[in-house]
Design a binder for this molecule. Structure first.
Ligand SMILES: [Fe+2]
Length: 420
């Protein structure tokens, strides 16, 4: 990250922290009434829950801690809820992982703002003298509080990811957080149950209500771990394929990186970008079936060799369509050697029949092939590769996709010139 962006990020983080601290101090002074027993019991619970939370696709974590915060708000009011929520921002995992100090400040700040705004609205609307959670007005207020917390919390987190990774905030939010909304609603129901049982039968009921929370969290952990494990094995297979071909080490990763950059220029959404990256990593996986003697041949390839090589998009397609979350876009592997003018392989289809993902991978793949040494020719430099790409617009490449790749390369050239 450049110095200016880092300075902006740090200023933003400390502003969030100071805002959170001021808001929560004000609310504690205004509403007073801290329940020591509530803060200790719910504090222990939330600390444990937060330290067993689940990694999100891009960054950040999901845990059941909001359910515990909300229950402490319903039972004891804003001051206790603020203390309990603050405890949840102390993450042992971040401390052990030696995460940068400003991450702790951001977490504390954003949690304090989220619970501060939520508990303020809640306390003003909720009639404590009625002492009944289950009247429709109170159920409505609890859900409203949950929605306020969800949006403030997720948009604050998305904002910092957006600044640090230079991705549009809405894209970050949709990809990382939108899918959590049903889980969040489930936590509201849990927090109502926790509050009711605690009020009716005392603190020991926390042991009973804790179990469904732990199970819910464990289920989410399994789901995210399963996808992570699958992606790791995919990357292992890619490395095996590249180890077979001495000329293409790192090729798939570079193609995936350029594909992502092109996709961002084309303003694709984060879901599509993630799928495209995975597909691009796998675009040559079909080469696993090609004989080593052909892949590493230094002399001119024969017609028979080409016949074998040209099978790899079909073989790759057969493999990728077996992967559940990639199967809908597996045709990008099948068509990544098709050309805009119909002169490619394996089917010779042209322009409108070629899917966008295949067009993107084709440009990224060709650029990387041009700029790396091959047995039959030396690598082109960036200027020569730009010329080659320009010459092949409307022949090999789609104009729109190729022009985005050219924009990226001109930016890289500019950056190189500034450095020298
Ligand atoms: Fe290929």
């Amino acid at each position: 990250m450049k110095n200016n962006s880092k300075r902006f990020l740090l200023t933003y983080i400390f502003t969030i922290f100071l805002l959170g601290l001021s808001l929560s101090s004000y609310l504690i002074i205004r509403f007073k009434n801290i329940s020591v027993l509530g803060a200790v019991l719910f504090g222990i619970l939330i600390f444990a829950a937060d330290n067993f939370s689940v990694p999100l696709p891009k960054t950040g974590f999901v845990s059941v801690n909001f359910g515990i915060s909300l229950a402490s708000l319903i039972l004891f009011g804003p001051s206790t809820a603020i203390i309990v929520t603050f405890i949840s921002s102390i993450s042992l995992r971040d401390i052990f992982k030696k995460e940068p100090y400003y991450k702790h400040f951001f977490n504390s700040g954003q949690y304090l703002i989220s619970i501060g705004v939520t508990s303020w609205v809640f306390e003003v609307m909720y009639s404590r003298e009625l002492d009944n959670i289950f009247i429709p007005k109170h159920i409505g207020i609890i859900f409203l509080a949950a929605i306020i917390f969800f949006f403030v919390n997720t948009f604050l987190t998305a904002s910092v990811i957006s600044i640090s990774k230079n991705i549009k905030i809405f894209n970050v939010w949709v990809f990382n957080f939108a899918w959590l909304l049903p889980f969040h609603i489930f936590l509201v129901v849990m927090s109502i149950a926790i509050s009711f049982l605690y009020k009716a039968y005392g603190p020991f009921t926390l042991l009973l209500t804790l179990m469904p929370l732990v199970i819910a969290q464990y289920t989410y952990m399994l789901r995210t771990n399963e996808r992570k494990a699958l992606l790791n094995s995919i990357m292992h297979i890619v490395k095996i394929v590249e180890a077979k071909d001495v000329y293409t080490a790192g090729h798939s990763v570079r193609v995936a990186e350029y594909s992502e950059k092109i996709a961002r220029k084309l303003k694709l959404n984060e879901y599509d970008i993630e799928i495209l990256k995975n597909i691009a990593n796998l675009h040559d996986i079909g080469k696993i079936q090609i004989d080593l003697s052909i892949l590493n041949k230094t002399e001119k390839l024969t017609n028979e060799d080409w016949f074998e090589i040209k099978k790899h998009p079909v073989v790759g397609f057969e493999i990728v369509r077996e992967i559940t979350f990639l199967k809908d876009n597996a045709d990008a592997v099948l068509y990544h050697h098709e050309r805009y003018d119909g002169s490619g392989y394996p089917f010779g289809i042209s322009n409108e029949k070629i899917p966008l993902f295949a067009k993107i991978i084709s440009v990224a793949d060709s650029y990387d092939a041009m700029t790396t040494d091959r047995p039959y020719r030396k690598a082109l430099n960036i200027n020569e590769a730009i010329e080659e790409l320009e010459c092949n617009i409307d022949k090999q490449f789609d104009r729109k996709v190729c022009s985005k790749m050219l924009e990226i390369l001109f930016e890289e050239l500019n950056a190189m010139q500034i450095q020298t």
